[in-house]
Design a protein around this ligand. Structure first.
Ligand SMILES: [Cu+2]
Length: 176
């Protein structure tokens, strides 16, 4: 007998009743998730930003550098720390392989964050809050953020972006 022999006809058993039930369940569940994905936009509490603009990565980089230069208060591990004005604007950039700057807020303060990338597609995950955003070069996303708890929140990239992806991090500091 060789592996090249044709299989006998109907060598696969017909789909049984249990399998049909599972398949039907899986299809219904897929359809439910498909619909809820849109419904959740209106009723879910953690909505992804729907305000976005096109921008050239080089222009976003220039705006971010200007913003850092005018709001810088210090540095941590080579990354500038900035203090945004309450109710004002801030820039947060992702690049291979770092987020910049470090944003330092006070509890209760709100900030309108312009989020984008200098180079590749990245992800922004704010830990441990499990808030996740896509970061695309060429697009600015507006993330309206209000600091409600003190602490240091880690930013990690959750979109594979290259060899340094696993070390790509940043932070948001919230003080009293
Ligand atoms: Cu990454």
């Amino acid at each position: 007998m060789s592996a090249l022999n044709a299989p006998r006809t109907r060598y696969v058993a017909p789909v049984g009743r249990d399998e049909r039930i599972w398949l039907a369940f899986a299809v219904v569940w897929c359809l439910f998730l498909f619909v809820i994905m849109y419904v959740w936009q209106f009723f879910g509490e953690q909505r992804t930003p729907i305000e976005s603009y096109r921008i050239e990565p080089s222009e976003f980089r220039a705006l971010t550098q200007d913003y850092i230069a005018s709001h810088r208060v210090g540095e941590v591990e080579g990354v500038p720390i900035v203090v945004p004005t309450d109710g004002g604007e801030a820039f947060l950039a992702a690049r291979a392989f770092q987020f910049e700057p470090v944003l330092q807020l006070k509890v209760g303060e709100s900030v309108r964050i312009y989020l984008s990338s200098y180079d590749f597609q990245h992800g922004l995950s704010i830990q441990p809050l499990n808030l996740n955003f896509q970061v695309l070069p060429g697009y600015v996303y507006v993330v309206n953020l209000t600091a409600t708890t003190t602490g240091e929140f880690g930013l990690v990239c959750n979109e594979f972006c290259g060899l340094g992806h696993h070390v790509m991090s940043g932070r948001i500091i919230v003080t009293d």
